[in-house]
Design a protein around this ligand. Structure first.
Ligand code: PLP
Length: 386
C-alpha cells in the first residue's frame, strides 16, 4: 500500500537504523555511568546526538532536553513553566487547534488553579495577532502556539508571536513536532523560548523526543515532571534512551542536509496532487495554502463521508480522515470545526501527508483512486444531485 499518513508517523530512514544498531547490544552502557568505558561510550554518543539535534534548530547542545516524545515534551513545557513561574502569574495563552497533548495539559493546569485562554483561529487556521496581544495580562507567563498544524499543515506566524511575547515579557513555547526537519526552524531568529519535537515525525525512531529550553536571553527553567536521578540538568530524570537518542541525532542530521531539496520536491508533488483533486467538483482545501508545511494538504469532498471514502481505497492507500476519531467517539475533527467547517465538510475531509519515500507514481495512483472513489460515492448519494 501507498503510505500518505506521514503526519501520523514517518517510516524510519534506514540510515537512522544503521546508526542506532550498535547501541542496543554492543554499546549498551548507561550514559550516566561515569566510572567505566561502557558508560563513557554511551555518553559520548548522546553528546554527539545532542549536537546534531541542536544544530538543526540553531540551539546550543546544553539547551536540548531529551524526552520520550513530543507528548512528554509538551507536558514538561506547559506544566513545568506553570510551576516554575507560579510566583509571576498563572495565566497561559494557547489556541483551539493545538494538539491534544497541549490542550489536555492546559486542562490539567486549569484544575491546578491555572487560567488558560484558548484563542480561536481564523477560517484559514491562523491566529489573530491582535487577539493574542489583547489576551495578555499581568498574570500571563506563557504563550503556547504550535509551529505547524498536524491536520491542516498551517504554519503560524511564529516570529510575530515571539515578538509580542518578548514585548510583554512572556515566554513563548511552540510545539514544533510537525515543522522541525520539514521547514527551517531557528530558535534564535524565531524567538522561541521552548520547543517540543519528536523522533518519529522526522524519520527517526518512536519513543524519543526533545524539549528545547533556552539558556540565554532569557534563561528559562522548567520544573521537572519526572523526578529521580537528576538527568538532563535536573529537568527530566530517567536513564537516557541511548539508541533512540542516537537515532534522533542522525535523523536531525539527515533533515538538515536534505530539507531544502526535500521541501521543494514534496511541495511540488503536494501541489500537483492538490491541483488534480481540485478538478473534482465541490472539493475544498482546508486552511491557509500559503503558510503551510510543504508535505501536507487537507481536502474536503462535499457530499461524501471521509470514512466511507477511505473504505474505497484503504487497502491501497493509507491516509487520515477528519472523521477518523482520535477517541472512540465519532466526533469530526475539532481542528476543522475550529476553522468554522460544518460537520458535513469536516466529516468529508482527507489529510494527505507526503514524505521522504513518496514517489510521483504513488501520487498518480492516488489522484486516480480518490477521484474515482469520490465520483462513485456521489453517484450513490441522495445528497448529490447532478
Ligand atoms: N504534537 C503534534 C503537533 C503532533 O502532531 C504529535 C503527534 O501526534 C504530538 C505532539 C505527539 O507526539 P509524540 O507522538 O511524540 O508524543
Amino acid at each position: 500500500p501507498i503510505y500518505l499518513d506521514n503526519n501520523a508517523t514517518t517510516p524510519m530512514d534506514p540510515r537512522v537504523l544503521e546508526a542506532m544498531l550498535p547501541y542496543f547490544v554492543e554499546k549498551f552502557g548507561n550514559a550516566a555511568s561515569r566510572n567505566h568505558s561502557f558508560g563513557w561510550v554511551a555518553e559520548e554518543a548522546v553528546d554527539y546526538a545532542r549536537e546534531q539535534v541542536a544544530k538543526l534548530i540553531g540551539a546550543d547542545a546544553k539547551e536540548i532536553i531529551f524526552t520520550s516524545g513530543a507528548t512528554e515534551a509538551n507536558n514538561l513545557a506547559l506544566k513545568g513553566v506553570f510551576e516554575m513561574y507560579a510566583s509571576k502569574g498563572n495565566h497561559i495563552i494557547t489556541c483551539t487547534t493545538e494538539h491534544k497533548a497541549v490542550l489536555d495539559a492546559c486542562k490539567h493546569i486549569e484544575k491546578m488553579g491555572g487560567q488558560v485562554t484558548y484563542l480561536e483561529v481564523k477560517s484559514d487556521g491562523l491566529i489573530d495577532l491582535g487577539e493574542l496581544e489583547n489576551a495578555i495580562t499581568d498574570k500571563t507567563v506563557l504563550i503556547s502556539i504550535m509551529y505547524g498544524n498536524n491536520e491542516i499543515g498551517v504554519i503560524q506566524p511564529v516570529r510575530e508571536i515571539s515578538a509580542i511575547a518578548r514585548k510583554h515579557g512572556v515566554l513563548f513555547f511552540t510545539d514544533g513536532t510537525q515543522a522541525v526537519g520539514k521547514v527551517p526552524v531557528d530558535v534564535i531568529a524565531d524567538g522561541i523560548d521552548l520547543m517540543s519535537f519528536s523522533g518519529h515525525k522526522m524519520y527517526g525512531p518512536k519513543g524519543v523526543g526533545v524539549l528545547y529550553v533556552r539558556r540565554k536571553n532569557p534563561r528559562v527553567k522548567v520544573t521537572a515532571q519526572m523526578d529521580g536521578g537528576g538527568h538532563e540538568r535536573g529537568m527530566r530524570s530517567g536513564t537516557l534512551n541511548v539508541p533512540g537518542i542516537v537515532g534522533l541525532g542522525k535523523a536531525c542530521e539527515l533533515c538538515m542536509n536534505e530539507m531544502e531539496s526535500e521541501g521543494t520536491r514534496l511541495s511540488a508533488m503536494r501541489d500537483r496532487l492538490e491541483a488534480a483533486l481540485m478538478q473534482v467538483e465541490e472539493a475544498y482545501v482546508n486552511g491557509n495554502r500559503e503558510h503551510r508545511l510543504p508535505h501536507t494538504t487537507n481536502i474536503s469532498f462535499k457530499y461524501v463521508e471521509g470514512e466511507g471514502l477511505m473504505m474505497g481505497f484503504n487497502k491501497n492507500i493509507a491516509l487520515s480522515s477528519g472523521s477518523a476519531c482520535t477517541s472512540a467517539s465519532l466526533e469530526p475533527s475539532y481542528v476543522l470545526k475550529a476553522l468554522g467547517l460544518g460537520d458535513d465538510l469536516a466529516h468529508s475531509s482527507l489529510r494527505f501527508g507526503l514524505g521522504r519515500f513518496t514517489t510521483d507514481e504513488q501520487i498518480d495512483f492516488t489522484i486516480n483512486a480518490i477521484t474515482t472513489s469520490v465520483l462513485k460515492l456521489r453517484e450513490m448519494s441522495p445528497l448529490w444531485e447532478m
